[in-house]
Design a binder for this molecule. Structure first.
Ligand SMILES: [Zn+2]
Length: 580
């Protein structure tokens, strides 16, 4: 039983008691009322009527009646709150319509204190991410990029609330300096992280690149992150599938958005989905190997795979490829699993953990703990503190402890097993390599921020060396198929990844998980293996201006699906003068 039903019972009982006592006192009062002709006999003093028993009892009845009315009003309000506003009827259609009317009234009030616009990096009124438009005397909040940027702009709905950057802008200009008592009280109750002035927000996003990033992945489920590796400015942050943020269309699609458990359109994938990074993680292992002076080491990639000490199952290459004796450069361009599994074990737990941590991964001693990784609330380089909270990404995690089995370390070294990363995190791995000092700059969404170093991922010389390794992947490795796409227009470097995972199979109609029963009668979820396609990298090869991560869920090979998407984005970035 919840609080409101308990209160309902208490109030109902109270009302009954009050009504019963009123009826009783009314009956008792009646006999005291003057009898006909009794005035002479009793000889009561003829006073001004004020204290006459008839008048007094009538007044008591009036007072009682007004109290009853007050009680009924209070009880009525309570029932309204218990059943409609917070209780089981709040989804009722008639009530919904009534509430809509009230919301409209509130909307008009809020429109009298308009919030700011959101601009892309050109700060031009023709290239906004969120703006106002006047139509038929009404003020409409508009999202020119629509679903292509919804996970960044968010939406502002009287019913579903404010999200993302729209939430950052939720503030009222009048309360910057509270003057009246009510403004002061309001300011006291306000969350301290909310901005007080409804100023415009000029972001570092390039609206046209954002549009292109979304166009490139809208057929799939996935994410694209593009940033400037030299200053940390985010240029595009796309998540697919998207949805239309326009309030009335949001209202018609809401039920589908919430219940679609297969595509989960509300999920902000670049920030909040964690995946196995697959072979893109070898970028980090290569940097660690160079820093540990192990880069001249050769390992053998043999038929039947490599079995880590203490393990029973071997680690194989994709399609059981065998590379024989192999060094770092060839192993990286061909993405040899056996080499990097052995290298990870040679580096051992401590050096691998140190490298992962420098690249921005949180280190966990227990795999169980790493699955509960929390939001990183000091992630962004910000002017507006609300951005840090509203767009906090999930922490990416790496598991390392003296207890960790070597086979688990070997698995993590090829980006499988316990290691989990957001697309944003993998874009930062690429950015650290692309940065001329080997530094990862703290990501920022506001255009005017001075750059801040987040961490020294590796020495500058190591970064230069890894840049050459990544250039080899495009010129002569697993992503050479994108060369025709780049033509002679741009150079690029990167690392492909094809990460295995199992997903629960769901009924396409209901979205419910499918199950099967084994011979013993145990029920299991049906699962199927999928391959997430990754490509991380940067362009141009000399003097990188953009770094990126692309992931296509269930896309197959990273080189075939994700790398061409990145190539088209690089060409677009060049057209937009972002590579200069
Ligand atoms: Zn191999």
């Amino acid at each position: 039983m919840n609080l409101s039903s308990l209160l309902t019972i208490v109030i109902a009982l109270g009302l009954i008691v009050v009504l019963l006592s009123l009826v009783r006192s009314y009956r008792q009062l009646r006999p005291v009322a003057p009898q006909p002709g009794g005035e002479e006999g009793v000889n009561l003093p003829q006073m001004a009527g004020d204290f006459g028993p008839r008048v007094t009892s009538r007044r008591i009845a009036y007072v009682g009646l007004s109290f009853t009315l007050l009680f009924l009003t209070a009880g009525g309000f309570h029932l309204y709150w218990a059943f409609f506003a917070a209780g089981p009827l709040r989804f009722d259609k008639i009530y919904g319509n009534l509430r809509q009317l009230e919301d409209n009234r509130r909307r008009r009030e809020s429109e009298s204190t308009l919030r700011g616009w959101i601009f892309d990096r050109h700060h031009d009124t023709s290239r906004t991410l969120v703006r106002y438009r006047y139509q038929n005397g009404k003020v409409l909040r508009e999202y020119p990029l629509g679903e292509a940027a919804v996970h960044l702009t968010g939406y502002s709905s009287p019913i579903y609330g404010d999200t993302q950057l729209e939430k950052v802008l939720t503030g009222s200009s009048k309360s910057a300096h509270p003057e009246t008592l009510s403004e002061k009280l309001e300011a006291l109750g306000r969350e301290p992280d909310r901005p007080v002035v409804a100023a415009d927000l000029v972001t570092s996003i390039d609206g046209e690149l954002q549009q292109e990033a979304y166009e490139q992945i809208r057929r799939y489920s996935g994410a694209v992150v593009v940033l400037n590796p030299q200053n940390g400015q985010i240029l595009a942050l796309a998540s697919s599938p998207g949805f239309d943020p326009e309030p009335s269309r949001l209202h018609t699609s809401w039920k589908q958005l919430v219940t679609d458990k297969i595509k989960t359109p509300l999920t902000n994938r670049p920030l909040l989905s964690r995946y196995s990074p697959g072979s893109t993680f070898k970028t980090l292992v290569a940097a660690a190997a160079i820093e540990a002076n192990l880069d001249q080491q050769l390992f053998t990639c043999r038929p039947g795979g490599w079995v880590p000490p203490g393990a029973s199952r071997p680690i194989n290459d994709d399609n059981d490829h065998v590379h024989g004796q192999i060094g770092l450069t060839e192993a990286f361009t061909k993405s040899c699993n056996q080499y990097f599994a052995q290298m990870g074990v040679a580096l051992d737990r401590q050096r691998m953990a140190t490298a992962a941590n420098r690249f921005g991964f949180e280190i966990f001693a227990e795999a169980k703990e790493s699955l509960r990784a929390d939001l990183h609330k000091q992630f962004w380089n910000v002017d507006t503190p609300a951005i840090s909270l509203v767009l906090a990404p999930l922490r990416s995690s790496f598991v390392s402890s003296p207890k960790l089995a070597l086979v688990d370390l070997a698995q993590e070294s090829i980006g499988q097993g316990f290691v989990l990363a957001t697309p944003l995190q993998m874009a930062l791995v690429a950015a650290g390599v692309a940065n001329s000092n080997g530094e990862i700059m703290q990501p920022q969404l506001e255009l005017a921020r001075p750059p801040v170093v987040m961490s020294q991922a590796m020495a500058a010389a190591t970064a230069a060396r890894v840049r050459r390794l990544m250039a080899g992947v495009v010129s002569d490795g697993t992503a050479e198929n994108i060369l025709p796409l780049l033509a002679d227009q741009a150079t690029a470097a990167g690392k492909t990844g094809t990460a295995q995972r199992e997903v629960i199979v769901r009924d396409p109609a209901t979205g419910e998980p499918l199950t099967y029963t084994d011979k013993q009668g145990k029920v299991f979820f049906k699962k199927r293996p999928v391959q997430d396609a990754w490509f991380i990298g940067f362009a141009p090869v000399d003097n990188p201006k953009i770094a990126f991560a692309v992931i296509v869920e269930d896309g197959g090979y990273g080189g075939k699906i994700a790398a061409p998407i990145a190539a088209r984005l690089i060409i677009r970035a060049r057209q937009l003068s972002l590579l200069r």
